[in-house]
Design a protein around this ligand. Sequence first.
Ligand code: URP
Ligand code: ZN
Ligand code: ZN
Ligand code: ZN
Length: 453
Amino acid sequence: MAILLKNGSIAAENGVREADLLLQDEKIVQIGAGLKPGLDTEVIDCAGKYILPGIIDAHVHFHMPCGPSERTIDDFYSGSVAAACGGVTTVIDYVEPENDQGPLEAVAARKKEADGAICIDYGLHYVVNRWEEKLFESWEQVIDSGLASFKVFTTYDSSRLPYEDVAKLLAWSKKRGVLVTVHAEEDDIIQAAKKELTREGHLQPAYHGKSRPVESEAAAVKKIIALAGETGSRVYFVHISTCEAAQLIGQAQKEGKQILGETCPHYLVLGDEVYAGADPQWYIMCPPLREKEKQPFLWSALKEGVFSVVASDHCAFSKEQKGRSRTFFETLSGIPGVETLLPVMYAYGVAPGQITMTRLVELLSTNPARLFGLYPQKGVIRTGSDGDIVVFDPQKEVELSYHRLHSKAGYSPFKDMHVKGCPEITVLRGKVIYRGEQFCGAKGYGKFVPGRI
Ligand code: URP
Ligand code: ZN
Ligand code: ZN
Ligand code: ZN
């Protein structure tokens, strides 16, 4: 069975053009004007619609362990159903080895959780959460097994890597060509803020934002850029929330350093006033939401190319999980977002003219594919690439309330938004997996896609 997409506007990294697109045997096989269907071809009329390469959400946490007894609420099945309904055809999740696990064992265990459950394609980043010289050799094997990027945290008791170890990893990554991604928040500043809030008796979820001040992100970004500069290594900062950090990243780029940045829709459209609202715990994520007044600077950084990727950091917990703790530091941290990534970025980015459609495709598909070693199999509309496609209706209005969404979180941080523009059809490797507001993919159809350096 082949699929012929007729009369659509193909939005690719290099511009928008009218053309037909033929998908067959999991691949894009032909692009051009006036293509005719063969036998056993489904023709889909895409007049008035955009055709985008499948979205690649480079930052998600499905079925992520949090302490001994908790996991994020979306497993590889429910998370990937939500993704498919939002036009996402590939996610990149994480391998976080436990103390007694060797690196390859941890990779295998994570793949076992995903395979058979996930209904879209996926890649993995490898988290370095402890340091031993002897791990170098297994990391080589981790790379060979298809993980092209590593991740470190400068905060969180469970996974923080001291700066001197980050420096060693950066030096090694330079030799190996692997991309190191960094969660940058300065732990000392966070601990000092927490101490002060404890003294004042301000430990409720409403104080979450105050516990992780702007300076904590900027300070960690500054230190990591300095370390990367010493070795000439490439670094990718995940979920940048502040213009101060964006400025440091932009400055480093001007100096010729290989520093990359990712931000998330919530930092671009939600503000910290929600912490004074009725359900502050729903908006607890790290780093926290910032002042709304500063958002234009983040959008400028996005336009100017300081950020290469926008990803969701989908890390969903149910309302019940979120509501269990009385303090900000015990409340499970993270929000759902994989399904709203594309519609939010279209409605707040493309529709008001903040970014072009071409830039949207770059940020949500082509750049993550390139940076994480999936290009040109993914991230581009080109003959020979995977038949991963979103048919996007720029006119259709939807409400981003949880009733319409598929995460098991049971709430949506974007609940008050009515947006114009949403995915109509999602195709993964030539198979329709979402259409007519219905998920129609199959459990286990998703495959691991090795990232290649
Ligand atoms: O609060 C968040 N973002 N939780 C997910 C883990 C992380 O730091 O990305
Ligand atoms: Zn993080
Ligand atoms: Zn008070
Ligand atoms: Zn994350």
